[in-house]
Design a protein around this ligand. Sequence first.
Ligand code: LRH
Ligand code: MN
Length: 389
Amino acid sequence: MSDRTENAKRVLAAQTIELPSWAFGNSGTRFKVFAQHGVPRDPFEKLADAAQVNQYTGAAGSVALHIPWDKVDDYEALAAHAADLGIRIGTINSNTFQDDDYMLGSVCHPDPAVRRKATAHLLECVDIMDATGSTDLKLWFADGTNYPGQDSIADRQDRLAEVLAEVYARLGDHQRLLLEYKLFEPSFYTMDVPDWGTAYAHCLKLGPKAQVVIDTGHHAPGTNIEFIVAMLLREGKLGGFDFNSRFYADDDLMVGSADPFQLFRIMHELALRGVVGPDSGIAYMLDQCHNIEPKIPGQIRSVMNVQEATAKALLVDTVALSAAQAAGDVLGANAVLMDAYNTDVRSLLAELRGEQGLDADPMAAYAASGYAEKIKADRQGGQAAGWGA
Ligand code: LRH
Ligand code: MN
């Protein structure tokens, strides 16, 4: 087996993808949320479902929480429950986009009292991080305007900067904030953090504990996301990813399902710099909604899609690539990359799973486990989890 394949297996064996707790609850669009049977009713059951994904993939050891969707009385108890399941609680996501007071914004709202309320929620999320042992606070703001003139674009940036500075000052030494940008929705004229440049500018001002999150569904169609990856990596400001894929807007479909080549190109930029692993300081997270497909298999398939894109990226003949690039051999260089992308890595991953004591086919193994039928039978009554929108 080539050194490159050996190295790829070593890196893949350590790869971990953080799962979004909300992917296990009911979700949908403004047209309809199709409830599914067996959906968790509380964060404890969400963690149990997430642990299934880790059990069959061996690569999903942590779960991101969303507050208040995952609000509990005792976060230490929730963290202990995660540990009993062989996983841990990861990123804490704030939510300042579902309260009636936030119609005109939260941290950018014209009214200081509303900004105060939003800030209090963000600070509460840091308290929760202290309780769960989480290091990452992810901030995404739905804040923006719908019509020109509705508010001062510059004043809203001042308000945002002020709140971010207060939250930054509250962070512990081992904690950081991850600022997520989004081009549009739910605001349609301006979003106050619309693109990587705006997020980067705020994070630069804040300091080393502030980094940018790239949600792969948050760009204008045709955006070269791997360019943004390379730039933020170069600046030491790439904090993480919200992986998903889309055909049109923020579709939150399974990562790699709509554009596996784009995912490969992104993982290539990361593999080139050796920052695919858990000690890279980059949080690899999924941010998806399984509106019509079964949720646990959807998460298993998504983790496998990231593994496949990563494996292909790790098989790029970087020596030949650099030589072709240096020689200006355009077609040669492109061919090196396409050779890796066109490599079927499924047997390599199946072999690796075998060596990890896992079933070669996680989807089939989960289906055969009877867990899906069990949760459908057990989870009668109670309020199925969802976005609570
Ligand atoms: C916003 C977003 C953000 C989350 C939410 C669940 O579109 O990507 O990351 O808080 O989805
Ligand atoms: Mn996201």
